[in-house]
Write a protein that binds this ligand. Structure first.
Ligand code: MN
Ligand code: MN
Length: 411
């Protein structure tokens, strides 16, 4: 199939060549559209060979695209249910990084389960960590470089931020521990490559540890020789007891590192659903990750839009959806999404997604940026003079007034 010549290459062509090229392009596109439409009405799409039925049922639009799709964009779909779990005593973890979703260079995602009392070992890393609690309860700690120590408890729908290089810990609380999503502002980040306190100690001579801590050398005969990573523990004291024990207000930072996202007042509400936006403007420690949590009612959709500042990494929490991403030249790709799937949209690529199920579609949009920013197609169409709109899309002034003039997020 012929590639469309770019607009730039049009400029260098003579008028005859230009007309021929334009016609060839239009014809090729029209032929493909016509043949796809035709195929739906005869035997052409039948597939009498073997089929992976459960996969087809999950992703019908990916397998047989709508006629408006054309060409291909970068990979836009993956699922946590396709990646292996690293199971340890006390929980497990698995990750969707650039290794399996190569197009996602800005963000990687990890899921983790900690049973009640179990720890994710004291550690730190080179990326910022943004987390959303999917289930249960956890206690988190994070120390600022100035030595002040934040300790907080989180439940389902809450989030936390651990800035790059800040040492932190996570522990599952009662009654049944926790499961959470971690988002890092590095596409190739791996939760297997973090700096662990146990590993550092194991690789430091006992004499040096003794000299550094002032403890007797014999103490370090009992430290673990292998990384702990995830391991079982006892349930902690109450939050107040733990805070008091380490020194109370005197060692507490002024900043909050946890945030109630699910229970915050919606940024936008309509019959189509609810939007909650959290970024450095309402959660100051979130300097490098911005997020929107969308609850889209059945039959409604996220409006046609794009993000001018960065790519988008999505996590589908509940429901069923379908997203289409457009990308020049002439490429559009549609895929279906279910709970626990990951979506990706390149920076500036226009897109929308619809609730295709009969329950609420709940989605997190994540951005490696200080602020959430999007551009609404509807708003743009309403801000240009009517003659300009007529000239481009043949929509007259009277019709145009029906297009929402303000950003809706959901329609
Ligand atoms: Mn971490
Ligand atoms: Mn978006």
């Amino acid at each position: 199939m012929m590639e469309h010549p770019s607009r730039r290459s049009f400029l260098g062509m003579g008028s005859v060549a230009l007309a021929t090229a334009a016609l060839a392009g239009l014809t090729a596109n029209a032929q493909e559209k016509a043949s796809t439409q035709k195929a739906e009405h005869d035997h052409s799409t039948s597939d009498p060979g073997p089929e992976n039925k459960p996969l087809l049922d999950e992703n019908p639009n990916s397998n047989t695209p709508p006629p408006t799709d054309h060409g291909d964009v970068v990979p836009i779909w993956y699922s946590f249910d396709l990646v292996k779990k690293r199971v340890e005593e006390g929980g497990w973890t698995h990750e969707v990084t650039q290794r399996v979703l190569p197009s996602s260079k800005d963000i990687a995602g990890v899921q983790m389960r900690l049973t009640a009392g179990s720890y994710r070992e004291m550690h730190w890393h080179t990326a910022d960590e943004w987390a959303y609690v999917l289930y249960g309860n956890a206690r988190v700690t994070v120390m600022q470089p100035d030595g002040t120590m934040f300790i907080g408890d989180v439940g389902e729908g809450d989030l936390w931020i651990f800035p790059a290089g800040h040492p932190h810990s996570i522990q599952g609380l009662g009654p049944d521990g926790t499961e959470f999503l971690l988002v890092f502002n590095q596409g190739d980040f791996s939760e297997d490559g973090t700096m662990l306190v146990s590993e550092w100690v194991a690789h430091t001579p006992p004499e040096v540890l003794a000299k550094n801590t002032g403890l007797d050398k014999s103490v370090f005969a009992h430290t673990p020789g292998a990384p702990l990573y995830i391991f079982p523990g006892n349930l902690p004291n109450s939050l107040e007891q733990d805070k008091a024990e380490i020194g109370g207000e005197q060692v507490a930072p002024k900043q909050q590192y946890t945030f109630h996202l699910r229970s915050m007042k919606p940024t936008s509400t309509s019959e189509a659903g609810e939007v909650r936006i959290v970024d450095s403007r309402n959660f100051p420690v979130s300097k490098h990750v911005a997020a929107a949590m969308l609850i889209i009612k059945p039959g409604h959709m996220r409006e046609l839009h794009w993000h001018p500042n960065t790519s988008e990494w999505q996590y589908y929490i509940a429901g069923k959806g379908r997203m289409t991403v457009f990308f020049p030249v002439d490429n559009a790709r549609t895929m279906d999404f279910s709970a626990n799937d990951v979506g990706y949209v390149p920076s500036n690529a226009p897109h929308y997604f619809e609730n295709t199920g009969d329950t609420d579609l709940v989605v997190l949009e994540l951005f490696a940026s200080d602020e959430f920013m999007d551009v609404s197609l509807n708003q743009w169409l309403r801000r240009v003079p009517s003659e300009m709109l007529k000239a481009h899309l043949n929509i007259d002034k009277q019709m145009a007034t029906k297009i929402p003039a303000e950003k809706q997020f959901l329609v």
